[in-house]
Design a protein around this ligand. Sequence first.
Ligand code: BMA
Length: 819
Amino acid sequence: MSKTISLNGPWTIQQIDGDIQITGEVPGLVHHDLIAQGIVENPFHGMNELDQQWVGEQTWEYKRTFELDEKQAGGGAVVLNCDGLDTVADVSVNGHLVGTADNMFVRHRWDVREWVRPGTNVITIVFHPAREVMDERAESCEFDLGTPRLPYPWFARERRFLRKCQCHGGWDWGPCFLTQGIHRDIRLECGDAPRILYATHQQTHDGNGVDVTIKALIDAPIDTECDVTFTLADQSATRRERLAAGENEVVATLSLDEPKLWWPNGMGEQHLLDLTVSCDAGEDDVDSMSQRIGLRKLELVTERDDVGESFFFRVNDVPVYAKGNNWIPADSFDSRLDDEKIEWLLTSAKRAHNNIVRVWGGGIYERDRFYELCDEHGLLVWQDFMFACAHYPANQEFLDNVSAEVRHQVRRLNHHPSIALWCGNNEVLQSKLNPMQLVSFDDLFIKTIMPIVEAEDPGRRYWASSPCNGNRDYGDVHDQTRGDAHYWKVWHGGKPFSNYLTVAPRFCSEFGFQSFSSTETMNKVIPIEERNIASESYEFHQRSGAGNTTILSHISRHFRIPTSHEGMAYVSQALQALSIKTACEHWRRSKPRNMGAIIWQLNDIWPVASWASIEADGRWKLLHYAERHFFAPLLASTVAKDDHVELWVTSDVNEELNGELRYDLKSFAGEILKTETIPVSMPPLGNVAATRLPLDDLLGANDPRQTYLYVTARLNAFESANIHTFVPGKMMKLTKPDVTHDLREENGVLTMELTTRGFAPFTWLRHGDLMGTWSDNGIHLQAGETIELTFAPRGTTSPTLAQMREALTIDILYENGWE
Ligand code: BMA
């Protein structure tokens, strides 16, 4: 009878050239254990990153014992299965080297039967310093890959030589921590019974029926006969199979009539079905694998059209306007990141009407739970392979290593309905320089990865690079007429926000604008005497070259200059929201030419000034609240032209909509100076310029510095409201608004009424360390109106009224330059 012995749990971790010896946790990372045991301080505090580089420069040995009985040690295969080793490691059992590892993205399976014995056995895994290995390989590299320019001397310049999370070497939003450890599950599988390694499937949608062809990949230590059973919803099939020693494929097709389909968020339900494959070899030797799958027809449509070539996803025959965010690793130390945080971040994305998330190529293939949550929340996944912003050495050893990685990851993730696209890398093509680099690009992304993806997962498209114009297309990656695009002229190029209005890429898979994290977040890592954005520690928590000066220069274009530490964070977040709102509303209005906007970036890896809409501790920035408005299924928006304003209504609703668009010209004091209601009818997924208001007629003698348009659209059950101001914020004639609030608790829910006497744009409610979200925030509060808000805690316990009273702070623009 076969048996699985988990080797997770406590291991001894020994520094080879030093005295540190601790008991660490597996799965885990050395650095994480050192933090947990107080041997090193918070690595994110101050400039501690510099003092902790030594951790990754050591050789560390993981060691533990395990017991085997006579039967296990002498009764057939003993497979050591390592789901992930980070990264360069020698694995030994009872002093015999059983395998070496140098790719954190593959699964290793070594048969160690010759080295085990009944009784106590010892396993050791020695992790070598990643940097040494990268540097050695770089020295002996036969390719001219160019020399990366690095802003920080301690960053890992040669990261591309190792199949390790690329941003572990440092990024323009993150620190350098070259982690080491057994970062995923580890176990022994004893006995000769077959084991299911992967279960993948392909779907064929025909009318209302779906054929699901399931492939089980089964490892048989010896020739065996077994029953392989496939079960999907109420269908099942059993195959009596003769498995030969080694890897075997067993295939079955199950057909479902009129099953409920899986839809992206906002387009329908996310129906999931249970799929189980089991392999019964008799004598209680049954191995099984269960998955939740979703049935959907998913296409990437790239067809010639009037503009050039389309680029959009179509799910169950409905075109998807993709709205979402880029995802980076949510902690420098993945092992201490709990599933709850991932769930919070992805739920937050869903709540902001995201229907797509891009797993960016400088991070990791995320854990299973990540993709399950994407399935459950209807977030399509644009999945990069883990290559970013560098040229990679395409020698045979490297290509073989990558092949194993790609095969493993595609098979592991195939069953998730959310996965929409396999993409070769992030910005590798964009940085093309010389012919040699193009050859290595071609060898790696076209000749090696592409055929593996096509063979393993024929139902999904492979896209060679983000951005690019297509596989084997080496044209201009900034082409606005085809392909996906990364649009960085505003942030990196210093152009004004209005620049977004001049471009409409077919699908924008990256664009972003930074802000500072809140003082609540930053005060935990910045020493008290350095709480100013230009201090040494603060600048250390800004990794984008001219980051702070870029934020400041754009603040001076739009707002007045805040003088307090809190005000700086607040105004920078209002600025960020304004920037991304400008781009997203414009691109939504540009559909169907543009069919996607994926903001850079959702989350942070540590507390930092960055493009994220959610801070390192899960706190929403103003931008994330704004997304709930500008990504909503129905959008009312405005465009300022030289002598008029256009009012638009844009719908991602797949039904005909009827209703009205209303605008009110209002004074800052709350008086309605003019109003008009326009009937609007629009087709499914429609997009219309509903009216055009000449400025002279509209404003008359009213002062544009104290007047604004309040625009509301109400069609079927959908609503959208928007504000249009006629001058940049800094020129507005704001008066002291007298914002008042009434906070109470009703049936365990914290509720607030907010009122104001004068226009109070960007009214921002902070809540200290009480984690959760207000039903709206960053509100353009209008004179005379009372709005009611509720607080949704993160987790199940709501803060008390007293706690919220104590924690609450209200920021208003007026107090940042007008007082
Ligand atoms: C991109 C990304 C990242 C980077 C971001 C901000 O292009 O792909 O490499 O962090 O811009 O500069």
